[in-house]
Structures are given as structure tokens and as C-alpha cells.
Design a protein around this ligand. Structure first.
Ligand code: GLU
Length: 348
């Protein structure tokens, strides 16, 4: 009798150890933002982002331990409007090394919401692995009466730990939805339902710690991306120019004079810009600057045969100006030929 109790206890311990060992290994790379923010009171609008450490954030969400074998790494603790190329390159290098050395099964990045979509898209084009990379953040600071950070983090870790999440490209989860880095954008400055994919819709949603997917991104990304940034310490400088009624060419001329490598035109309507801008584009193109036509309109995209038809300025069909800028930066690490840049904009 005693022997069988001992045997059952032994088996239970062995089984629970085996269960622990088989939990997916997820690493959280923390960069700051409102999810790491703190306010003096629990209901006020003003707060300081990027002050709470990832270890403290993890400690406030005990449920995370049931989902994954978890570790946090503090990459930086900033407001994401201060994101820098050096941090993007560091995130890329850390993720590439974690996956290449089989040190984890999925990565979560906590990030300020202002530029989350840009970091997500950069990694979507550069991390050449199938393992999940998921970004999340929050709209309310950790001290808020109903902070959204803990549940967003729980969803992000659950998604990164899910066997269904691999090979789908970099994802963002906010407010229970799962978005593709390809077309996610911030659509509200304050509300907890701040993110959307206005052209294509979410990839799916999180419920009870499990993802349900109802579409996938067919653009090239992650494991089949052609961009190889290993060893790079900087990225080509690409800026954005906004079009509006009687916009002058002063800003565009200054950028060309400053030696930028590329400029995305956030055109009006179907990617249009006025005669002053058109003249400046001709001048810049002759000096080797490459331009991409995008639009300030959130939905609908830009087609090649729009009103401003000139094939030497590639179009970014459905990409926002801020995403087109990242794709142009990476395209310029490979080529300066407009036709080739257009091919890249059609495939990614
Ligand atoms: N502006 C800050 C940032 O993007 C706070 C906004 C947020 O995280 O929601 O980091």
C-alpha cells in the first residue's frame, strides 16, 4: 500500500516536472511605453511612460507563469516617440540570436503605442524566423484604475507561446485583437481600442489565452524576406513629406540638400502632390534620391496609374507613409533602381 502511494507521488511529481519542462519558453523584450508608465493617481490622464521595469511588470501578472516559462530582458525604457535605429537593430540582433540558438520559442516586445506599428513592421521585414514575435503595450499606465497593460501582456505571452502562431509574421495584440505588422496602425490617441487594420482587418482575436485566426498576411515577411541586415550598424536615411493645399517645396528641397537617400510622399487623395513638389522630385531623382508615392488617406491605397503617373516614383499600394518609409529604407540597402524598388513594394 505504502509502496503504491509512493509510486503515485513519484509519478505525479515526474508528470508535473515534465509538464513544466514542456511549457513554451517566452522571452519578453521590454522597451518602455505606457505599459511601463506610472501616474500619481489612478484616474488622471497625465503620467510618465517608461519608468516601471519589466521584472515589476511580470510580477503584477502572476497568470503569465501558467502560460509559459518566462524571462524578461530590459532593452531600454523609453517613450516610443524616441525610438532609434540603434534600438531597432538591437532588437533584431537579440531576437535573431535567441531563435538561432534555440533559446526560446517565442518573443514578446512591450512597446509604447505611438510607434509600435513601425517597430513591428521593421522586424516583420528583417527577422528571418518562423517563431512568433508579438508586440503589445497599453493605453493606460500601470497605475490606472483599469489598466489595460496586464491583460494585453497576458494575451501577448499566450500568443507567443501558441503553436498556432508560428509563420504568420510579426504580430501586434491590443485589446484582445491580433493584427499583422503588415497593416496594423494606431487609430485613436487615447481609447483602449486604439489599433486597427483599416484596409484588411485583424488576423484574429485572443480568448481564454488562445488565438483564433481568421485570415493571414499574404505579403512576404519574416522567414521569406530578402532583406539581410546582419552586421549593419545604420539604416539608409529616409524621410516623409506630407502633402496639403498649396504645400511649398521648402521642406523637400531641404531634405534633398541634406543628402537623404529616400523620401516618401504622403500625398493627398490617390497619392497626389502639386507642381512645386513635382519639380523638386525631378531635381532630387536626378541627384540619386529615390521617392515613393503613398497617401495621407488611411484607406484605399495608391495605384500606379493614379493622377500623378510617373513610373520612376514607385507606389506603395496599401502601406501607410510610415510603413512605406521602412520598406524604402530596407529596399535601399539592396538597390537604387526604381523598377526594383517597385517590385519590392509589390511583394512586401
Ligand atoms: N508616447 C508614449 C509612447 O509611445 C506613450 C504612449 C503609449 O505607450 O501608449 O511610448
Amino acid at each position: 500500500m505504502k509502496r503504491s502511494i509512493f509510486l503515485s507521488l513519484f509519478l505525479l511529481t515526474a508528470l508535473s516536472l515534465a509538464a513544466q519542462q514542456t511549457k513554451p519558453r517566452v522571452i519578453i523584450l521590454a522597451t518602455g511605453g505606457t505599459i511601463a508608465g506610472s501616474a500619481a493617481g489612478s484616474t488622471q490622464a497625465s503620467y510618465t511612460p517608461g519608468v516601471i521595469s519589466i521584472d515589476n511588470i511580470i510580477a503584477t501578472v502572476p497568470d503569465l507563469k501558467s502560460v509559459a516559462d518566462l524571462k524578461g530582458i530590459q532593452i531600454c525604457n523609453i517613450s516610443s516617440q524616441n525610438m532609434e535605429p540603434a534600438i531597432w537593430l538591437r532588437l533584431f540582433n537579440v531576437i535573431d540570436s535567441l531563435f538561432s540558438n534555440n533559446l526560446c520559442d517565442g518573443v514578446v516586445i512591450t512597446h509604447g503605442t505611438d510607434t509600435m506599428e513601425e517597430t513591428a513592421y521593421f522586424l516583420n521585414l528583417t527577422v528571418k524566423h518562423r517563431r512568433p514575435v508579438v508586440l503589445t503595450g497599453s493605453m493606460r499606465p500601470s497605475t490606472s484604475l483599469s489598466a489595460d497593460g496586464p491583460f494585453n501582456l497576458f494575451n501577448a505571452v499566450s500568443l507567443a507561446a501558441s503553436p498556432q502562431a508560428g509563420g504568420r509574421g510579426v504580430m501586434v495584440t491590443m485589446n484582445d485583437y491580433i493584427f499583422s505588422a503588415d497593416d496594423v496602425t494606431k487609430l485613436n490617441t487615447v481609447n483602449t481600442m486604439a489599433f486597427g487594420s483599416p484596409n484588411l482587418g485583424p488576423l484574429g482575436y485572443m480568448r481564454d489565452g488562445k488565438p483564433t485566426f481568421y485570415r493571414e498576411s499574404l505579403s512576404k515577411h519574416t522567414f521569406n524576406s530578402e532583406f539581410d541586415i546582419k552586421g549593419l550598424n545604420s539604416l539608409p536615411e529616409v524621410e516623409i513629406i506630407l502633402s496639403y493645399a498649396f504645400a511649398s517645396n521648402i521642406a523637400l528641397k531641404a531634405l534633398i540638400d541634406a543628402g537623404v537617400k529616400g523620401v516618401v510622399i504622403a500625398g493627398v487623395g490617390h497619392g497626389n502632390y502639386n507642381r512645386d513638389i513635382a519639380g523638386e522630385l525631378e531635381w532630387g531623382y536626378a541627384r540619386g534620391v529615390r521617392f515613393v508615392r503613398s497617401t495621407r488617406i488611411v484607406t484605399g491605397g495608391v495605384d500606379m496609374a493614379a493622377e500623378e503617373f510617373d513610373s520612376k516614383y514607385p507606389v506603395s499600394f496599401l502601406k501607410s507613409p510610415q510603413k512605406a518609409r521602412i520598406l524604402l529604407m530596407l529596399a535601399l540597402t539592396k538597390t537604387n533602381r526604381s523598377g526594383e524598388i517597385q517590385r519590392i513594394f509589390e511583394e512586401y
